[in-house]
Design a protein. Structure first.
Length: 313
């Protein structure tokens, strides 16, 4: 009998759901717009469960063929308990016992982690970090997330909350951040911030990131300035990370990472210019090799690995 892993990537903009077989081959996937359910946490949870069950049934899979569910969320998680401390860009999730709730409502084994930890896990096992001893993973989307690989292992920190690169403060008097701090990187480079700024300056009401990238490529002066500032702020934050951790790889994913190679070129330039020379000389910067599904793949690996740890035979 074939066995499957149910994988969820809950994002501030979209939530993705996938089925993988036990060898991590993708069977099927679906997605929905997260913001439609922002007003009520339980409605969002119900939508995740409803769509997960629909995906299973559509692919003629019995529920007892599903080995476990792995879910990545964009915020602080107690990995051991499967509890969400809070999600900076998704309201009403403070102190949510997510593992307990989902296990009760689905009857599946459930494993919960930060979404970028799962991207890092996927890149470590199957992607751009496969040969790296120390690596930093970064996602650029609604928010800015980070995941750390140290000495070849996913590093979660003392309370499982390491890697919050989006909340490195760049300005002591900067704008208030959703995390409660001020001047965090995320307040300068989140996609909502960029689009809001660009709409005002370009006077285009229904502007998208794709359209903004097109304007950049056409050498629009305002678009060039917006993207240069975006890349420079990311580069400055990563200079601090490079100096402190001395990684051999930085892997960047998320929607904004697909804006264009010019973003990567500028980030690399800032790191080369501003980081300490020994650390900057050894670090290489990559776009995620697993694309937009890296978080889903990581959630499937999380579920499979934790099942093996519980049942080694």
């Amino acid at each position: 009998m074939n066995r499957y892993l149910l994988s969820i990537d809950l994002g501030g903009t979209n939530t993705k759901i996938a089925l993988f077989n036990s060898k991590l081959s993708l069977k099927a996937k679906t997605s929905f717009f997260t913001k439609k359910f922002f007003s009520n946490r339980d409605k969002l949870l119900s939508e995740i469960i409803k769509r997960s069950f629909a995906l299973i049934d559509k692919n003629h899979i019995r529920h007892d063929q599903v080995l476990a569910m792995g879910i990545g969320v964009p915020g602080l998680v107690d990995f051991a308990k499967g509890k969400v401390y809070y999600l900076p860009n998704v309201p009403h999730w403070k102190n949510t016992p997510l593992k307990k709730v989902l296990e009760k409502r689905t009857r599946f084994k459930v494993f919960v982690d930060n979404d970028v930890n799962l991207m890092a896990l996927a890149e470590l096992r199957l992607g751009a970090a496969k040969k790296a001893k120390n690596a930093v993973c970064l996602t650029l989307g609604t928010g800015v997330g980070g995941g750390l690989i140290l000495n070849g292992q996913l590093f979660r920190g003392s309370s499982y909350c390491s890697g919050e690169i989006g909340h490195i403060p760049l300005n002591i008097w900067g704008n208030k951040c959703s995390c409660g701090g001020r001047g965090c990187l995320e307040t300068y480079v989140g996609n909502k911030i960029i689009l809001s700024d660009a709409k005002k300056k370009l006077k285009i009401k229904n502007l998208t990131l794709e359209r903004l990238s097109e304007l950049y490529k056409k050498k629009n002066r305002i678009a060039i300035k917006i993207y240069n500032n975006f890349a420079e702020n990311i580069g400055i934050a990563l200079v601090g990370v490079v100096n402190v951790l001395n990684p051999d790889a930085i892997i960047i994913g998320g929607g904004l990472s697909f804006a264009g190679d010019f973003v990567f070129k500028k980030i690399k330039q800032v790191i080369r210019m501003r980081a300490m020379p020994v650390q900057s000389s050894c670090v290489k910067i990559y776009k995620t090799s697993l694309g937009r599904d890296s978080g889903l793949i990581g959630a499937a690996i999380l579920a499979r690995d934790n099942l093996k740890a519980r049942n080694p035979h």
